[in-house]
Design a binder for this molecule. Structure first.
Ligand SMILES: C[S@@+](CC[C@H](N)C(=O)[O-])C[C@H]1O[C@@H](n2cnc3c(N)ncnc32)[C@H](O)[C@@H]1O
Length: 151
């Protein structure tokens, strides 16, 4: 695990609790997966690249890594929290992120703010959105609420 400012800020926002079920979305080589497992979380690392997952499996042997695009991933159990470092800007919509979270579940993300555009958070049921932009990075914290559609 690196100890860069961005990584530490992300973990502080996430505030992972031992025993929580956490998805490392776009986990890459698994640095966050490994750290979350070390902190006692139940972690699933998801990435559509099998190449990076080979390294992730070496970095975090106890973690379940799944090679799939988020659009094709339908787990049995929703997550308490999702960490998404450097990946949200690849997605057309946050609907897939929302359906993977429990009501009240947290989404914590980082990315480059240079020309970034995030899919609309509110449409996917996220509230309590807190975005901090610092130089060329952003940190995002959002909570998923059930969306009530007025009839
Ligand atoms: C910039 S890398 C970040 C890796 C890691 N989170 C980190 O911070 O080191 C983005 C990763 O997201 C993955 N990714 C992009 N779109 C995805 C999708 N739709 N479903 C699953 N993984 C995706 C890519 O394969 C890549 O490994």
């Amino acid at each position: 695990m690196t100890t860069s400012f961005a990584d530490l800020a992300l973990l502080e926002l996430l505030a992972p609790q031992a025993g929580e079920l956490i998805l490392d979305l776009g986990c890459g080589t698994g640095q966050f997966s490994a750290e979350l497992a070390r902190r006692g979380c139940r972690v699933v690392g998801l990435d559509r690249s099998s190449v990076v997952l080979e390294q992730a499996r070496l970095a975090a042997p106890g973690v379940q890594f799944i090679c799939a695009d988020i659009r094709d991933y339908f787990p049995d159990e929703p997550f308490d929290a999702i960490v998404a470092a450097g990946v949200l800007h690849w997605l057309d919509s946050l609907a897939d992120v929302a359906r993977l979270l429990k009501p009240g579940g947290r989404l914590v993300a980082t990315g480059s703010s240079a020309g970034f555009s995030l899919p609309p958070l509110e449409q996917a049921g996220f509230t309590d959105v807190d975005m901090l932009v610092h130089q060329d990075r952003y940190w995002l914290y959002a909570v998923r609420r059930e969306v009530t559609v007025a009839s």
